[in-house]
Design a binder for this molecule. Structure first.
Ligand code: FAD
Length: 921
């Protein structure tokens, strides 16, 4: 479909999240004409829309000071205490700053294709609410978090962990009141392949199941994030890549553009599925929380072989282990800012970003305090600096002058890991001396010191540690090197060390532990990893024994069911344990067994499991996700399935229609542009309707959605509770068997070439490109369609905020003067006592910008406080995901939403859903 709307920019930023907003602001400050495209309906990404409103580690500097200051000022007006920063204040601050900087922001606009000239990205196609947009730009910055643009451009990417391509757990975050503070629950919900639209859809539904559980424990949630909390996606293969050695030793980079500070945050307990280095660092040494500094080189933002494209955010080029640490919000702010400056300079100099004079870029970054002059002059790293004892002040550059006899005594001190690291890097005679001294240490002394000696021996590749390690395993020593819950006991850690030594001496013990010990799933990952490395070198008879034991072990139906996610929630790891066992069995020449059955090849619905299977079991075919090629340019269309019926739009009528069609035996897909259902009510907080819409007491309602809402407790009197309503709609569709494809928009519909000569092909746009659905019948039930059946709309907009600590019985209306005209304010009671909804109505100029919306919220809160309508204690806890359009009513008041109710709008929508499904369209 051709885009009518064509625009030009010097710098185009795709993704208005953590990195993207700073990239856009910085590029504008450097004088570029900037366009920012964001698929969500507000700015801020993970911090504001993903619900994670707290900095964790990360390094200071650059524009983030300004953003934090502005956020704090607005947060004072909003009131209340927040865990970390106020997410809605940050959302508003970012919108205001973009508006003040002249950044042209397009919200709700998803980029689905890149425009290329040879190997250069020259623009993108995006789908906005008004239709397709074509934006041409001198330089484009991919701030999608997942490297989606780089991927569409055909750049090389690496995906997930090396073993099986699986990513760290995702969360779907609800916001709640915690100890009087506006906080959030970081609910790890499982794994997801962020490129697979069906996997993403499943993840939203699964994530909300945890939220339902929270409700059952009495929590009060204000809202559910509109964005999935995806911790990692693909990483580009850049002109340079940050290696694990660069990271641990903080090796200075000549083309440094930023610094990062964090730790190897693997966010799971199946550390045996991670790299050998991660196992050593996190599980053996217990260094999970050890903060590490690291340089970010400019080359890590430049996708190899692609011109005019920079990457900002967490998809920069780094080893997998490094990427666990280089992703915190503060660090991503600065990476975004550096990318923005580089893009603006490239546009000004009319050169490719890769041809930019690095000295000039660094000079600008120093002036902006993204980096400091000392960062450019640094010759040694910070990570190994000893604070105490005789090694205080040690720098890597001095390490060569330390020998084995200097370092071995430091195994007895608290900062023994540094001695371990330095010892492991000794060469020549010093290495020989170290091996001899450490072998002596194994025999006597404190248990930790002996174990540390074994660790270093394993790192140095010396078998001298093997007999000691076998003794530790036989004793099942429960000691650990750290109290951290990710650190494992010596006997499990010993398998990691035997793995490093490629010693099969522990195979019998590993099999015994799996068979008889009732070992946890998390520990089993270490043993399987060990077995997978050493089994191929065993004699055939021993391999058969390994094979037979693992086959029997993996038949246990309880396998993996004890696995705890972060936050102590159970989520079965069976898929992983079975696949790994199966991989070892087939490598030993054994028959494929139940592991292959579990993945069921084509029938396994979870994309991350299919991806893992294709990496671990070569016979399962080419890895889906392996990265040296990437998809075709422009993201070749993939089939998303074939259905009897496609319902477009998860509105009240759409949900009822999909459920009814499914109940009548049709295979149904509901295509929803956002992350949840009943969008016109729940996302916009249009939650009131007349009691006549509600069923009479004691009379069961005939409409399935109404029944589901009542069962979920989502309706009281004439009010609907938006979070519970989302859960109710999920439940209805799940029970009726309808499929829901979230974050999917229809680009175009065309006649199907299906044999029976009817039906349609729907071209679907999602965050990573396009796909297509085939459906015999299509039912359009989206917002626009629903609204056209309502009173005529004008362009008035209404944004609703949830206010805490406000007690009102009756609606209160007042007016305020905003910058762009008069605001209409209305406070109305909400579902919960002591809370109210604030409707803020205004008439935006065209095209609507997030800046006007943000300014309206600030004026509204200031007015309410100044006029004493709300008290000091009142707090704005939540802004609706989207403003809604409001219809004209004779008085021109925003109170018109009540009119919908009075006309029994809600009941009519419920009925329309059923009627449409029965009669068809
Ligand atoms: C669950 C979770 C918990 C975390 N906890 C913390 C923490 O406590 N503290 C901390 O500092 N860090 C934390 N992090 C890490 C940190 O928040 C992220 O790594 C960081 O925010 C990523 O920034 P980004 O700009 O790369 O991506 P994002 O902030 O995700 O921004 C990407 C943006 O691109 C948009 N986008 C994507 N595709 C398209 C497209 N095709 N078209 C248009 N727009 C698109 C998205 O909608 C999004 O707004 C956490 C991360 C997660 C997921």
């Amino acid at each position: 479909m051709e885009a009518d709307n064509v625009m030009e920019a010097e710098v185009l930023v795709v993704g208005g999240g953590t990195a993207g907003c700073l990239a856009a602001l910085a590029a504008a400050e450097e004088g570029a004409k900037v366009v920012l495209l964001e698929s969500d309906s507000a700015l801020g990404g993970v911090a504001t829309r993903g619900g994670i409103h707290r900095y964790y580690y990360g390094s200071p500097g650059g524009l983030q000071d300004l953003i934090d200051r502005r956020t704090e000022e607005i947060a004072k007006l909003f009131g209340g205490r927040t865990m970390g920063f106020h997410p809605e204040a940050k959302r508003v601050a970012l919108a205001l700053l973009c508006s003040e900087h002249g950044v042209q922001v397009y919200l709700d606009s998803v980029v689905y294709q890149v425009l290329m000239e040879k190997n250069d990205v020259v623009g993108v196609l995006a789908l906005a609410p008004s239709g397709p947009l074509r934006i041409q730009a001198h330089t484009t910055i991919d701030c999608t978090g997942n490297g989606s643009l780089a991927r569409m451009a055909g750049a090389k990417l690496q995906y997930g962990r090396d073993l099986d391509g699986v990513y760290h757990n995702y969360s779907l975050i609800p916001r709640r009141l915690r100890d009087g503070q506006i906080g959030y629950d970081n609910l790890d919900a499982g794994w997801v392949d962020p490129y697979d639209p069906w996997d993403v859809s499943r993840a939203f539904t699964r994530g909300r199941e945890w939220i339902r559980e929270g409700y059952s424990q009495g929590h009060r949630y204000f809202g559910i994030s509109s964005m999935l909390g995806v911790r990692e996606g693909g990483r580009i293969v850049g002109d340079s890549t940050i290696s694990i050695r660069d990271y641990i030793e903080d090796v200075p980079s000549e083309d440094i553009i930023s610094r990062s500070y964090s730790h190897l945050d693997n966010h799971g307990f199946d550390t045996g599925n991670e790299s050998e280095f991660s196992q050593l660092w996190i599980a053996v040494l217990g260094l999970f929380v050890k903060g590490l500094w690291c340089d970010i080189p400019y080359g890590s933002l430049l996708p190899q072989g692609i011109g005019s494209l920079l990457v900002g955010g967490r998809s920069l080029s780094a080893d997998r282990d490094v990427s666990m640490g280089v992703r915190m919000q503060k660090d991503m702010h600065k990476v975004g800012e550096a990318a923005g400056v580089a893009a603006a300079l490239s546009a000004r100099k009319d050169c490719l970003p890769r041809d930019l004079d690095i000295g000039m870029l660094q000079k600008r970054l120093v002036a902006r305090h993204v980096i400091e002059v000392e960062d450019l002059q640094r010759t040694a790293g910070r990570n190994l600096a000893f604070r105490h004892g005789a090694l205080a002040g040690l720098r890597e550059s001095d390490a060569a002058s330390y020998g084995a006899s200097d370092l071995v005594p430091y195994l007895e001190t608290e900062e023994r890991w540094k001695a371990i690291w330095l010892l492991s890097r000794l060469g020549g005679d010093e290495r020989e001396l170290a091996v001899a001294m450490l072998a002596d240490k194994l025999e006597a002394g404190a248990r930790e010191v002996r174990f540390c000696a074994a660790v270093v021996l394993a790192m140095l590749g010396s078998d001298a540690a093997v007999p000691y390690l076998l003794r530790v395993i036989a004793e099942k020593s429960p000691d650990k090197l750290s109290n951290h819950h990710k650190c494992v006991p010596f006997w499990i850690a010993s398998f990691v060390l035997l793995r490093m030594l490629r010693s099969p001496a522990g195979v019998g013990e590993a099999l015994g532990a799996l068979q008889h010990n009732g070992i946890s799933s998390a520990y089993a990952t270490f043993l399987l990893d060990y077995l997978s490395v050493v089994t191929p070198s065993l004699p055939e008879a021993d391999q058969s024994e390994v094979s037979a034991t693992l086959q029997a072990w993996s038949e246990d139906p309880r396998l993996g069911s004890d696995y705890l996610m972060h936050g102590e929630r159970l989520e079965s790891l069976q898929w992983s344990l079975k696949l790994r066992a199966e991989a070892i069995v087939t490598a030993c020449g054994g028959e494929p067994g139940s592991g292959t059955d579990v993945i069921g090849e084509a029938h396994e619905p979870r994309a991350y499991v299919r991806g893992a299977a294709s990496r671990l079991l070569p016979k399962a075919g080419k890895p889906e996700n392996e990265g040296d090629e990437g998809p075709e340019r422009g993201g070749g269309d993939a089939s998303l399935g074939r259905f009897d019926a496609a319902v477009i739009g998860g509105t009240v009528a759409g949900v009822v229609c999909a459920a009814e069609l499914s109940r009548r035996g049709y295979s149904v897909v509901l295509v929803e542009r956002s992350a949840s259902l009943l969008t016109e009510l729940t996302r916009s907080r249009q939650t009131c309707f007349m009691p006549s819409s509600a069923p009479q007491a004691g009379q069961p309602d005939e409409n399935p959605l109404m029944r589901s809402l009542l069962e979920e407790g989502a309706i009281a009197g004439g009010e609907l509770e938006p979070v519970l309503a989302q859960l109710a709609a999920d439940r209805l569709l799940e029970e009726s068997g309808a499929n829901v494809l979230y974050e999917a928009r229809v680009l175009e519909t065309s006649e199907s070439s299906a044999e029976e000569g009817r039906g349609a092909i729907l071209r679907i746009v999602h965050k990573n490109g396009t796909g297509y659905l085939e459906a015999s019948r299509v039912y359009v039930m989206d917002d626009e369609n629903v609204q056209s059946g309502s009173p005529a709309c004008d362009n008035r907009r209404v944004l609703t905020a949830t206010l805490l600590g406000v007690r009102i019985e009756q609606e209160i209306s007042l007016a305020a003067q905003g910058e762009a005209g008069e605001l209409e304010l209305r406070l109305r009671p909400s579902f919960y006592a002591g809370e109210a909804y604030l409707d803020i109505g205004w008439r935006p100029s065209e095209p609507a910008s997030g800046g006007e919306e943000a300014a309206a919220v600030v004026v509204a809160m200031r007015e309410l406080r100044a006029s004493g309508v709300i008290s000091e204690e009142a707090a704005l806890a939540y802004l609706a995901d989207v403003p809604r359009s409001s219809a004209t009513d004779p008085s021109g008041s925003v109170a018109m939403e009540r009119d919908y109710a009075e006309q029994d709008w809600f009941r009519r929508q419920l009925d329309a859903g059923i009627r449409t499904a029965r009669i068809g369209k």
